[in-house]
Ligand binder design. Structure first.
Ligand SMILES: Cc1cc2nc3c(=O)[nH]c(=O)nc-3n(C[C@H](O)[C@H](O)[C@H](O)COP(=O)(O)O)c2cc1C
Length: 185
């Protein structure tokens, strides 16, 4: 690696450090921080700039706990979260893939924004079987559903603990990054 690429790697390191956190301290997130995070989310690009999402900012601990209980085990990361951002989407024929792509872009930006504020975040998926319960808790209108809820908070020590052995968190670079064409032979 030459000096220049080393410098580039250093500059993007904050992005590499954005990880899934599922355990949080019992400490509120400042409203200004949540507002900043959700502004990053709503500025995400989307297909034809359709902005299919609606974001619901959650700070009521009792309601977040109800959401967590409604979607276990996928929603376990919400159990200790002091805040969360719900991504609601319209259930539109033929748009499922496009909306899911847009939703993923927004969700990742929420993780990045939280991390850049010294907070942490984690994605929870609400499985189809649990969507009605979650929709009721959130008072969703007909034609809308929630698949992704992003927990936001101050990470606990447990939440920051590595989830994989050293060197095991991602596939080796040469197994996932190819040059010019698919490796032959
Ligand atoms: C599309 C998608 C769905 C996910 N769903 C869940 C989920 O339901 N519950 C959960 O705890 N984590 C969920 N995750 C988080 C992944 O488990 C996490 O990104 C992965 O383990 C890598 O974590 P790391 O970046 O901390 O290594 C989801 C991630 C993505 C991208």
């Amino acid at each position: 690696m030459n000096d220049l690429s080393g410098h580039a790697a250093e500059r993007v390191r904050p992005l590499v450090r954005v990880r899934q956190v599922r355990d949080f301290l019992d400490r509120q997130v400042a409203r200004s921080e949540l507002d900043a995070i959700v502004d990053v989310a709503r500025w995400s690009g989307s297909s034809s700039n359709s902005q299919p999402w609606r974001f619901i900012v959650m700070t009521d601990g009792a309601t977040i706990k109800r959401l967590a209980d409604a979607g276990m085990p996928q929603t376990r990361g919400l159990q200790t979260a002091p805040a969360a951002v719900v991504i609601a989407l319209p259930d539109e024929q033929g748009q499922a893939v496009s909306h899911a792509y847009d939703e993923g872009r927004a969700a990742e930006r929420i993780l990045i924004a939280a991390s850049s504020l010294g907070l942490a975040a984690g994605i929870s998926w609400v499985l189809p079987a649990n969507r009605e319960k979650v929709g009721e808790i959130l008072g969703l209108p007909p034609g809308w559903f929630v698949r992704t809820i992003v927990a936001v908070g101050h990470p606990s020590e447990a939440g920051l603990r590595p989830k994989a052995a050293p060197g095991q968190a991602r596939l080796p670079r040469n197994e996932v990054v190819f040059e010019e064409k698919w490796p032959q032979g």
